[in-house]
Design a protein around this ligand. Structure first.
Ligand code: SAM
Ligand code: SF4
Length: 466
C-alpha cells in the first residue's frame, strides 16, 4: 500500500539489477584498471563500473584503487579539509528508528529543545573556538517544522561573538517543497537527508512506525529540496543496517537520479557507520569492518569524482587519520552531540543525552594540529554558497576539477584567520609553516590570488574569500 504522501512516486533504485551486478565474480585486473582510468579522467562511474570496483578482493588491486582515490581527491579539491561542527538543537522524535537513541519509545533518553538563549550560548561557545560552519540536527517532530528550523538558522547567524557562523547546513527530516523554500530563504547551505538504507525490506524493518516509515517520501526528499530552491543537497546511508556494497550502489543510483532529473548531482555523500546508542532496538548483523570501510570510502570517491565526502567523529581519531586520505573532504572537530554540550561543560559522554556514541572527542585545535602535521590544509572556507556557487554553478567548477583554484586560496586565507584569532603558539607556528609551503606549491596565478587574500587577513580584515 503506498503511503498517502508518496502516491504516484516510483522507486528509482534498481534493486534487482544491483543484486545481479553484485553477484558477479571478481573482475579481471584489466577491467578494474579501465574503470579506475575513467574515474581519474573525472568521469562519474555507472552502476556497472562501481560493481567492478566492489568485486575487487585482490590486495594489490585494492591498493591501486586506494592510490587512485587519493590522487583524485587531490586533483579535484587540493589537499584541504573543511572543518565543521554538528549542533543538536532538539531531540524530540515521533519516529521509531531501531538504531537511534532518540526513537520515540526510548524513555531513558533526556528530551530537550534549546531555547533561543540556549542556542545563542551554544553558538557563542562554538565561535569562541574558531568554528565558522555548522550542521544543525533535530529529531523529527511537529515542533520542528520549517518555521522552527528557519528561525533557528536566523538566531545562529545573528549570534556574533567576535567571530560568527558563516554557513549552516541542515541534517533534518525531509520537508515539503514550501518548507524547503522557507529554510532556503533563511540562508541555509546544504540540506542533507540520509536514506539510512536503500534496501526496502531492511528499511521497513528499521522504521516500523512514524512518518519515516514512508521510504518513497524520504527517497524523494532531495527532489523536493531541489524544487524548493535548495540546490545543494546531501545524500547518505547508515552503514551497518544492510550489505555495504548494496548501500554504496544505492547512493550512486540516487546520485544518477538527481543528475538525470535536475542536471545537478549531490553536493555531498555521508557514510556514517552504526554506533552504540541508548537503548537501541536492534542486533547489528551487518557490521562494516574497518578494512571494508576503507574500501567503501575509496570506491565512493572514485565513483562520483565531484562529490564532497563527509567523515564524522563517529569514528575514532586514529582511524579518521587513516581514512581522510582516501578521499574525504570534510570532517567535524571539537564535536559534542549532547544537547547544550558546547556551552554546558565538557563532561564525560552520557548516552542518555546523545543520539549515539562518538569515537573522536578531541578539541577543534587538536584536530587542526593533526591535519597540519599530516600535510593537509585545515579550511574554514564558506565561500561557495555565499558567492552563489551552488547547484549547477558549483558543478561547473567541480566536475572538470577546477574548484581547487578556489578551495586552496580560500583554505589558506581562512586558516590564516584561524591561526591569528584562535590558535595557541605551537599550532600557529605549524600552520604558518604549512601556509609558506603551500604558497611555494601553487601556480603563479593562484599564488598571486592567495597572497592578496593573505595580505588582507594580515591587515586585520576578516571573512575574505574568492
Ligand atoms: N532525525 C532526522 C532524520 O532522521 O533524518 C535527522 C538526522 S539524525 C539527527 C542524523 C543521522 O544520524 C541519522 O540520519 C542517522 O543516519 C544517524 N544515526 C542515527 N542513529 C545512529 C547510530 N546509532 N549510530 C550512528 N549514526 C546514527
Ligand atoms: Fe528520530 Fe532521526 Fe533518530 Fe530516527 S534517526 S529516531 S528520525 S532522530
Amino acid at each position: 500500500m503506498p503511503h498517502p504522501h508518496s502516491e504516484g512516486l516510483t522507486d528509482f533504485i534498481p534493486a534487482a539489477r544491483i543484486e545481479e551486478l553484485l553477484a558477479r565474480p571478481p573482475a579481471q585486473a584489466g577491467e578494474v584498471r579501465a574503470v579506475i582510468d575513467k574515474s581519474t579522467a573525472l568521469q562519474r562511474l555507472s552502476l556497472e563500473d562501481m560493481a567492478v570496483l566492489l568485486s575487487v578482493d585482490d590486495p594489490a588491486l585494492q591498493e591501486e584503487m586506494f592510490e587512485a582515490a587519493r590522487r583524485l581527491k587531490r586533483d579535484v579539491y587540493g589537499n584541504r579539509i573543511v572543518l565543521f561542527a554538528p549542533l543538536y538543537i532538539g531531540n524530540k522524535c515521533v519516529n521509531s528508528c531501531r538504531y537511534c537513541g532518540f526513537r520515540r519509545e526510548n524513555d531513558q533518553v533526556v528530551r530537550r529543545t534549546l531555547t533561543d538563549d540556549e542556542l545563542r550560548a551554544e553558538v557563542h561557545a562554538l565561535v569562541s573556538k574558531g568554528h565558522k560552519r555548522l550542521v544543525i540536527d533535530y529529531g523529527e517532530h511537529p515542533d520542528y517544522g520549517p518555521e522552527t528550523i528557519a528561525h533557528a538558522v536566523r538566531v545562529i547567524y545573528s549570534a556574533k561573538n567576535g567571530g560568527e557562523i558563516r554557513r549552516i547546513n541542515v541534517n533534518c527530516a525531509p520537508l515539503d517543497v514550501a518548507g524547503y523554500r522557507m529554510v532556503k530563504e533563511a540562508g541555509i547551505g546544504t540540506y542533507q537527508i540520509f536514506q539510512e538504507t536503500y534496501h526496502r525490506p531492511t528499511y521497513a524493518e528499521m522504521h516500523p512506525r512514524g512518518p519515516k516509515a514512508d521510504f518513497l517520501w524520504r527517497l524523494y526528499g532531495q527532489d523536493r529540496a531541489m524544487e524548493g530552491g535548495c540546490d545543494d543537497v546531501g545524500l547518505g546511508a547508515l552503514f551497518g543496517l544492510y550489505d555495504w556494497r548494496f548501500e554504496a550502489m544505492g547512493l550512486l543510483a540516487h546520485a544518477i537520479h538527481l543528475e538525470d532529473t535536475f542536471g545537478v548531482g549531490p553536493h555531498t555523500f555521508s557514510f556514517p557507520r552504526l554506533k552504540e546508542a541508548s537503548n537501541r532496538a536492534l542486533q547489528p548483523q551487518y557490521i562494516l569492518s574497518d578494512a571494508d570501510f576503507k574500501r567503501l570510502i575509496a570506491i565512493l570517491r572514485l565513483s562520483v569524482p565531484y562529490v564532497g565526502m563527509i567523515l564524522t567523529a563517529r569514528e575514532p581519531a586514529e582511524l579518521r587519520r587513516q581514512l581522510i586520505d582516501f578521499g574525504c573532504s570534510q570532517i567535524d572537530g571539537g564535536t559534542r552531540i549532547e544537547i547544550g554540550g558546547y556551552s554546558e561543560g565538557e563532561g564525560e559522554q552520557d548516552l542518555a543525552r546523545e543520539q549515539f556514541r562518538i569515537g573522536d572527542n578531541r578539541s577543534l585545535e587538536e584536530v587542526v594540529a593533526e591535519l597540519l602535521e599530516m600535510g593537509e590544509i585545515p579550511s574554514f572556507c564558506t565561500a561557495c554558497y555565499r558567492s552563489g556557487r551552488t547547484g549547477e554553478h558549483f558543478m561547473e567548477l567541480a566536475k572538470p576539477g577546477e574548484i581547487k583554484h578556489r578551495c586552496t586560496p580560500n583554505a589558506i586565507a581562512t586558516l590564516a584567520e584561524y591561526l591569528a584569532d584562535y590558535a595557541g603558539p605551537e599550532t600557529r607556528q605549524a600552520g604558518e609553516a604549512v601556509i609558506a609551503r603551500e604558497l611555494e606549491r601553487l601556480d603563479e596565478s593562484d599564488r598571486r590570488l592567495t597572497e592578496r587574500l593573505l595580505a588582507r587577513v594580515r591587515e586585520g580584515k576578516r571573512d575574505v574569500y574568492c
